[in-house]
Design a protein around this ligand. Sequence first.
Ligand code: F6P
Length: 459
Amino acid sequence: MRRIAILTAGGDTPALNATIHGAVVRANALKIEVFGIIKGFSGVLNPKVPHVLLNPLFSTIPELNPCIGGTILGASRTYLKDNDETALHEVADRLNSLGVDGLICIGGDGTINGMQPLSQYFPTALAPKTIDNDLGLNYPEESTEWLRETDPASGKPLYRKLPGRPDLNLEEIINYATPGYATAVYVAAASGVQRIRTTAESHRRIAIIEVMGRDSGYIALGSAYGQPDIILIPEVPVNIERLEHRVRELYEMQKHVVMVVGEGVVDESGQSLGDISKSTDPSGNIKFSGAAETIKDRLVKAMGNEYFTGKRRNESADSAIFTRKLGHTQRGGRPILFDRYYASQLGGKAVDLLVEGTNNCIATLQWTESRGFFLDSIPANKLRDQWGVIHPRLMHKSLYDEHRFQPSKLGIEFLLPIFTNAIGPEDMEEVRIQQFNPGNLLRRYQSVNVDIQKRIRYL
Ligand code: F6P
């Protein structure tokens, strides 16, 4: 193998540059050239295929810094469709003309679906990423536990997860943690919950913090490190009466409440509390918006003004309860040590998979009590259901205690290996040096896009 291409598809994460860096370092050692494709699959759909040589003379370009979030290659949510034979042929021809012998896609479930049809033409490998931690399986047979129905309104297929196994063995999890997840949790717990806590406490307010993750509750679960009083996850429907009861109990005791809500939470009829807009992104995913607002509205109605005004606790239910959506802060900025380290390893592993001659494979991060974290791989097809669809991994319910609205004992056991040493001393030192660096006041932000633009070549 003399030359490979690499691209970053889907939503970005803080660990993408670290993955690219890991792949390039490995390729340097094996004397393989790496072409970085600009803007994910949209780069290969462009007849001119904008690309950058990431390792001239087998040394990594200086713009590729594994400690900086985002991706120097740019990302997009444009995907290849498996039934578009013409586009697939064109893409394969273009990559052949570039002289590449294999393609690494850094992405999540949407990316594998785009990568799969290309694997008919030349070897492909996926290096995983997603802050949602929803790429993988809780146990190997989980991919078959889906039910397909037809949506009466649109006639399109609808997939429903069957209950599956009630128990979970952490050592069976396929892809224990995806790069980007740890940093997103760090932001949710530290900047989200802990910073909001003291202001809610001072003003006797109820804070509802919405975190990302789509239908998976992993980020919400991890936010437990910030000690929220209540965590609501998408996998367990919200019962408003029970929630109101717990909120009142906590408010009576401590005069404020901090709650974390996963953006994909549903009510007891299975109706999403968040997808009010009903709009979708280019890969067909619903764009979640407003779960925290909906829960606030329901609590305002259920609790009423009198509860807050009666004892002069606050002016109204509406002003006592406030929401904060953490949004894209969870996806940006410097990756913490756990993400940097394992993202780089997974990037290197993806190169090895191509070199070993495997095709349509995913590099995975596994964990066992005796070995700790280690790298492995799985054929992408193992993630497909009986209709060929790859579903986002939902958080296994056994990780959550729905009576306490907190992680269960197993949930805590799941989190510990990832987070106990997830932050390195250099992460903290970086904050100390960079945050109030006087130079920040004198210099404009220097975007890597400007530097990379100078390196872009075309077919
Ligand atoms: O899948 C990653 C993710 O960050 C989700 O957690 C979130 O719902 C979505 O992407 C947001 O997408 P966009 O950046 O397109 O608004």
